[in-house]
Design a binder for this molecule. Sequence first.
Ligand code: AFP
Length: 296
Amino acid sequence: MMVTLRDHLGGVRADLASLILKICEICDIISDGIAYRMGRAETRNIFEEFQTTLDIWADNLFIEELARTGLVRTIFSEEQHKPVRIDDYGVFDVAIDPVDGSSNLRSNNLVASIISIYEKRMPTKGRDQIASMYILYGPVTSMVYTVGEGVHELLRTKEGFMLSRENLELPEPGELYSVGGLRKDWPTKIKAYIEKLEGEGLKLRYGGSLVGDLNQILHYGGIYAYPTLTSSPEGKLRLIFESNPVAYIVEQAGGSSSDGEKSILDIEPEGLTQRTPTYLGNKRLIRKLEKDLKDP
Ligand code: AFP
């Protein structure tokens, strides 16, 4: 029997379920709109990167539609220079990366929407998220979410999002590794660690789209890393918009997240543009990495 997203959210508190359903409606529209908006815009985002027309359109759509729900207090968007205050009587703060990986559009590589939901006022630790999700615009548009009780995957069909896998767990022992940044910029300990993984037979899979790469780790096991680099000690990924939401999903799927020393979810954010080295994957692999980085 097919299980709809609405059915699957049956046990979730009503206001949160209704917000998640709304987010999926927005992503449904985005999924259909990508092909018409693949060009570069002349504007830049909060990280001073050039935006695509898709980034701007999807961002406006999220803000307009979330504002209508009456549930959202403030939206923190990777595409906005300041938090967007919506409704002081709202219940949730929401962080969005409307289209992550949009520099991949030119080659029709994967892109995704990433969303974090907080009841506490942001910015606060990733541990305070009450839900996080990503919508991956792949061969099939899929949605992976957690409300703190496991990780579930739904696939977009003509009849809406339908459950495909419940309680996803990172398979052991893990088959893949996916690492960003130039190898020449990886610190010696990271290089040595990756060589050990290669020695163990883990296969390289890297596409340059966080969600696309991470989603493979979720399904095959292994490790995703955008490490500290000699040229950029904090790596590339943005704590609030990228690392926190996926770290919550990975931990809920029985894996671990780390900034090299501790869980990503325990980092106290110092600002919206904060970046962090990001390591996500099977517990054994992350513990080994933390140990290798600590050893003299
Ligand atoms: P864009 O949104 O600018 O394409 O950046 C995407 C991203 O933050 C993340 O999705 C990828 O994992 C990472 O960049 C890829 O970075 P590299 O291009 O350095 O591999």
